[in-house]
Every structure is written in C-alpha cells, then in structure tokens.
Design a protein around this ligand. Structure first.
Ligand code: HDD
Length: 730
C-alpha cells in the first residue's frame, strides 16, 4: 500500500469520468498505424500464407499465419447460462439527496457525487444470437463503480421471480431453455417442458401473470422498469438496519410492444432493442432512470400478509410508497461489445458498506451462483482485473496467480498476518470503510424445508390481475392462449388452467375458451396453500394487504412523452411539400425522429417541385419499426400508394397495432382503402381536424399547425387500445 493511502477513510469525491479514464488506457485504435503481429512486429503481407512454392503447402514457420489463425480459433468464450443476449451502456448515477440517515453507502450519501455505472440489459432464455423482442423477462444489471468498491444491482424488469428457493433454478432454466434432444424452441417459453414445470410449481403463478402481461415485451430497454426483486438491507453509520427494495423507474415511462409486432420484429430486426438503445445514445437521447426505494423498519418485518423474504411477492406501493433517491443517465455506448458488454461480470454479492443481503433463499443461492458462473465463463479467477470489471478504487490483497493474472504484486509477503510488510495491507476498521456484515441474530435447526409463510401462491397473482385495465387483461388472456396453445400435452394445459382458476375463475375460463381444454375445477392434485401455520406465518396472519394495486398496471401509469419516438412519413411523388415541412418541424420540435418511407430509395418530387430524400424503402423497413405514421396530402402521391400493397399494408398494420396515424385531405382515401375502420374522419375538403382513437385526419383546408399538434398529442398517448375492440371481438 502506498504511504498516501494509509489511514485514510475512503474519499467521497468522485470524478464522474474516472471509469472512462481508466478504460482509456486499454483502448486501441489502428488509425494511421502499421499492422503488427501480437508481438509488435510490423506485418508486410497478410493476404497469402507462406508456402513452399506458389502452389505448395503452407510452412509451419509462418508465425504470422499461425498466430492469426490461432487467435481466431479461440475467439469464443462460453455464453452466459441465462441472460446470454444483452446490450450495455455507460453512464453515471447521482443521488437527489443524502441517504446517510438510512445507509452509509458513500455513493448514496452525497448529492454532488456522480458515480460511473455500466448497465447491461438482457433477455433471459435466448442464446446470444436470439431475437430481442421475444416474450421474456428482461435483465437490468447495474455496476456502480463506487469509491468503496463495485456495487452490483442485478435486477429484472419484473419485480418477482418464478421460484422461492434458488435450488430450483437449474430446473427452471432447464425447463425454459430449448429441449435437450433437439434444441427447440429458441428463446421461447411456449413449449411443453416449460409449462409442465410451471404448472407443477404454483409458486411461479404470480411471476407467470407478469410474464404474460405486456411487461414481457418492452418497447425499449429505455422504457421499462427495473427491480432488485429481493428484499435487501440498508445499514446506516449507527448500525441501524432497514429492509429495502430497489426500483428503477424510466423517465420516458413504461411502454410495450404488441405481440404480433414483437414476433414480426424478431424476424425483420432481431436487434430491435439493442439498436434502439445504441441509436438513442448516439442521438443524445440519453436513457434516464430514477432509482427509488421502499424501506421497511426491521420492527415491521411481519407487518404484511406476505413474507419479505419471499421473492415471489411485491410490497404493494400502496402499502409502502416509493422514495425516489437519485437518477441514472446512460450517455455513452461501449467501444467494444466483447470487451465490455460480453465480459462484464455481475454478482449480487458485490456489495459496499451500507448495503447488505437478507435470508431470502433465492438471493442466498444467487450469492453462490454468480461467482461460480464467472469462473466457467472466464476460466480464471482473474476476471475482476479485466478493464470493464476493475473497480475504480485501489485493490490490495494477497490473491495471486491463476490464468491471465495482470497485477504485478511486489515483494515477498503474500500472507496475512505478517510482520515483514508491517502488517500490510491491513484490515480496515468499520469507521475506515471496512465491510462489516449486519449482525443479524440467527438460530435454528438444520432443515431442508421452506417456511410456511411462503405458502400463499395466489393472492398476489390475483392482486395483479385485479389491478390491470380491461385492455391489459385482454392482452394477458391472448398471451396465455398463445403460450398454452403451443403446448401439445393437453394435461399440462389443463393443470395450468387449474392454477389460473385459483387466480381468477373468469380469467381461467377466458384462457380455456381459446385452447380447447376445460378448466379442471375441483382438481386437488395441486397444493392450494392451506398449510398449518408456523411462527412466521402466524405473525403475518392479520398482516396488511391490499385488494388493488394500480401501480402494477402500465396503462394506469402511462407517461405521455413523445421524445425519441419514431415516425414514418409515407409518400410518393406529388406530396404536399409545405404540409410535410410543417408537420416534420413540429414533430422534431417534440423530439421525435422522422424517416421518409417510399417504394424506392432516392429522391421524391413534391407537387410543387421540391425534392426530398427517402430514408427507407418498403423492402428495407416496415410499420413495426415506427411508433406512428404520417401520410401527407397530395393526390398524385396518395393515388400511387392506394395501388401499392406495401403502402396499404403499412397503414393497416400500424392501425392494427394501435399506433397513431395522421393524414390530411386526399390522404383520407388511403386510410379508407387500408381498412381503417370504426374511426371518424374529418370531411376531406373541410378546414377541420378530427382526432379519434389516435387517428388524426384534417380536411384539405385545415390548419397544418393544429393538425401537427394534435398528431404530437396522439403520439404522446402511444397506443390507442380502444381500436382493438372493433378489430378483435371477444
Ligand atoms: Fe440471475 C445472470 C437477474 C435469479 C443465476 N441474472 C443474471 C443477469 C441478470 C440476472 C440481470 C444477467 C447479468 C449480466 O447482464 O451479465 N437472476 C436475476 C434476477 C433474479 C435471478 C433478478 C431473481 C431475483 N439467477 C437467479 C438465481 C440464480 C441465478 C436464483 C441461481 C441460483 N443469473 C444466474 C447466473 C447468471 C445470471 C447463472 C448467468 C450469467 C451470470 O450469472 O453472470 O449465475
């Protein structure tokens, strides 16, 4: 340890760029440089191997060939066992106020401190090359590079989990991953083995309700919530502990795709979420998330009618409100996917003083699994020395050797205690930042069992169902019909219906009607949760609960933001240039990205002779890649599109997916031809603008400014679900 580091409490001031500066030492850029071998020898020729004669065999002595080929042959590392597909971004976190009263974590205690972060968003089930928009939970893992060491918050976009004890995790993952015999299906839970397992595991029912909801098909990584899921602990300087749940809230609000759209995107742009994140950051639309906490006094541990240690339960926000404590801004894309996003290694056990774990048996298992899995991925314990994983504070210990060791530890002393190195590196007392585990009193008999206080598997699943809007319920039923409809074994479908029946009989009946199986009412082969109470569950018997939790519904908490939405302007030669310019200006002023879409790429001529560059042709894009569509007036342009199947499909599909559509004057004819039904249009020649169900139509003589503003308002509302009632009668 350097003299200057000695006897110092850890500094609280942080340079927000400290991680970036650290990474800079490892960046490589060959611009203007000669190519070299790994040994730094300049390469003279890399297109042909060294041969014995022009048509002869390659020579062993060709060190350049052997080095290049060997490096290529060893490029892959094992993908993550779960969450294999992901996308990362750098940024910073800054607290709103000091949380010192609750936690001694320095990065939460000073509002002037900006802590660098790296976030990795992911799907769970699919392989590294699978599609982004599948129905799945999304990982939301954040590494805070604090001055007290790395803190990892490894969460998901769903606040509960499938299982209560981590020992079931291998079974869960085996069930959801492709089957072992034929490796089918990829990145999909719609399969016999998953539902076989789930239907036998009633504790999964609450999570399943979330998984079947729109939460599982997010519109963007920037538009989803994140949850720490488990109950953790905050501990303050005085040693007082509180239970805490972590939530990330997206500043843009929570928004989803439509299932039909999600499936099509998986084919047309499997990188949809990854690309969206990358593009938004490149455009300066930095994703922002508020960190919120729910805190519960230790004395209130048994205040609720569920166990705080049970990861299949939420603490309804109506019982314990969220306290926003800071904001995270993601403002920089990685330089290298593999070096950063692939090699980043998270671990829920990466904790800093002031944050501690609880006895949640799911969390306890994770505390083992993550370090273990990194050893498999990296084949070495030295992965924490890789640039993306390095802490920004000093690391001093007697860990040594192993594959790819980077640190050059000096001196003879590699053990503790020692006197030859003056007892260094030394132990840090608590007031010098030493991590001290919360001294929770624990006693008990060794027992391979679960607390009875974990046995209520249905109340919160019902609470979730009851808290959704009618539109959200419809989507959930459709999702269940899709997932179970793909299960070949009827007995499995029926068993899951029995679970659903316990959530809500009407819900089960609706699902049953779509999958050709009766709800097996009276089937008592599945445990119901009526168990003999033990101590913990007795204490909770009269605990607080709620019957409705509006906070879990996306629809009830919709944020009306147009910023960073994508709008397609559909046109051909002969469009109304002035109108397009006015609408485009209004959209861009609202932070919306616009792209001109036409049959072919190139330039399109307006009715008054101006030219516009086409961004995408019908073969290179589709309505599913936009949040809204605008068709400018202009008889020639519209007439051409009325004869183009692709243009008609574009409009019809956007309508089906409940997206805002705007047109004026002659453009209304295109809507009529594209089967935009159940919507009132403006009179084509009038000066009026009509907004109905997210379809904005203006007469030929209407004010373009008013028209554009009403379109922006419809975009802010995102999806106009009321259309679905006309399109898909129950
Ligand atoms: Fe996990 C990865 C989130 C339960 C074992 N998990 C992983 C990642 C996230 C989560 C976001 C990806 C991290 C990254 O981007 O590199 N996992 C969760 C959440 C859980 C959860 C929110 C429940 C509350 N996980 C869980 C259990 C176990 C694991 C119960 C095992 C006992 N998870 C793993 C793993 C992974 C992983 C196999 C794969 C790659 C990795 O760890 O680094 O160890």
């Amino acid at each position: 340890m350097e003299e200057k580091d000695k006897h110092k409490a850890k500094p609280t001031h942080v340079d927000e760029n400290i991680k970036n500066k650290q990474l800079e030492q490892f960046r490589e850029d060959g611009k203007g440089q000669y190519m070299t071998t790994d040994q730094g020898v300049r390469v003279n020729h890399t297109d042909d191997s060294l041969k014995a004669g022009q048509r002869g065999p390659t020579l062993m002595e060709d060190f350049h060939f052997r080095e290049k080929m060997t490096h290529f042959d060893h490029e892959r590392m094992p993908e993550r066992a779960v969450h294999a597909r992901g996308a990362g971004a750098h940024g910073y976190f800054q607290p709103y106020e000091s949380m010192a009263a609750y936690t001694k974590a320095k990065f939460l205690s000073d509002r002037s401190v900006k802590t660098p972060v790296f976030v990795r968003f992911s799907t769970v089930a699919g392989s590294r090359g699978s599609a982004d928009t599948v129905r799945d939970a999304r990982g939301f893992a954040t590494k805070f590079y604090t001055q007290e060491g790395n803190y990892d918050l490894v969460g998901n976009n769903i606040p509960v989990f499938f299982i209560q004890d981590g020992i079931k995790f291998p079974d869960l993952v085996h069930a959801v991953k492709p089957d072992p015999d034929n490796e089918i299906p990829q990145a999909s839970a719609a399969q016999d083995s998953f539902w076989d397992f789930i239907s036998l595991m009633p504790e999964s029912t609450h999570m399943i309700m979330w998984l079947l909801s729109d939460r599982a098909i997010p519109r963007s990584f920037r538009m989803m919530e994140g949850f720490g899921v488990h109950t953790f602990r905050f501990v303050n300087e005085a040693g007082k502990a509180r239970f805490v749940k972590f939530h990330w809230r997206p500043v843009l609000g929570t928004h989803s795709l439509v299932w039909d759209e999600a499936q099509k995107l998986a084919g047309k742009d499997p990188d949809w979420l990854r690309r969206d994140l990358w593009d938004a950051i490149e455009q300066g639309n930095y994703p922002e998330f508020e960190l919120c906490v729910q805190m519960v006094d230790e004395a209130d541990e048994f205040k609720f009618d569920f166990d705080l240690l049970d990861a299949t339960k939420i603490i309804p926000e109506e019982l314990v409100p969220l306290k926003p404590i800071g904001k995270m801004v993601l403002n920089r894309n990685p330089d290298n996917f593999f070096a950063e996003t692939e090699q980043v290694a998270f671990h829920p056990g990466n904790l800093v003083p002031g944050i501690d774990v609880t006895n949640d048996p799911l969390l306890q298992a994770r505390l083992f699994s993550y370090l273990d899995t990194q050893l498999n991925r990296f084949n070495s314990t030295n992965f924490s020395e890789i640039p993306i994983n390095r802490p920004v504070c000093p690391v001093h210990n007697f860990q040594q050797d192993g594959f790819m060791r980077q640190t050059i530890n000096k001196g003879k002393v590699n053990y503790w205690p020692n006197s030859l190195a003056n007892g260094c590196p030394m132990m840090a007392p608590e007031n010098m930042g030493g991590y001290v585990h919360h001294a929770e009193k624990v006693e008990g008999h060794k027992i391979r069992a679960r607390s009875k206080s974990f046995d209520d598997h249905y109340s919160q699943a019902t609470l979730f169902w009851n808290s959704l809007t009618e539109d959200e319920k419809t989507h959930l039923v459709d999702a269940a019909r899709f997932e179970l409809g793909k299960v070949n074994t009827k007995a499995v479908r029926a068993r899951q219906l029995a679970n659903f029946h316990r959530v809500d009989p009407q819900f089960a009946a609706l699902v049953a009607a779509g999958i050709g199986v009766e709800v097996p009412i009276g089937d008592d082969s599945i445990p119901t949760g009526n168990f003999v109470a033990d101590d913990a569950s007795k204490k909770m018997a009269n605990g607080q609960s709620v019957k409705d939790s509006p906070a879990v519904s996306i629809d009830r908490n919709k944020k009306e933001v147009a910023k960073s939405r994508r709008v397609a302007i559909l046109l051909e030669d002969g469009y109304d240039y002035n109108e397009v310019m006015q609408v485009k200006e209004a959209l861009e002023a609202a932070g919306v990205t616009v792209e001109v879409v036409s049959k072919f790429q190139g330039k399109r001529l307006s009715s008054t002779g101006q030219e516009m560059e086409v961004d995408k042709s019908h073969v290179t894009t589709a309505s599913i890649m936009y949040d809204a569509v605008y068709i400018p007036d202009g008889e020639k342009s519209v007439r051409k599109m009325m004869g183009l199947g692709d243009a008609l499909h574009f409009v019809a599909e956007a309508f089906k997916h409940c997206k805002p559509i705007a047109t004026s004057g002659f453009g209304i004819n295109l809507l009529e031809k594209a089967f935009v039904v159940g919507v009132n249009f403006a009179d084509k020649e009038s000066g009026k603008v009509v907004s109905h169900s997210g379809v904005i139509t203006a007469g030929a003589n209407a004010d373009a400014g008013e028209f554009a503003n009403m379109f922006v308002e419809a975009i802010k509302k995102h999806r106009h679900w009321d259309r679905e009632k006309n399109m898909t009668p129950a």
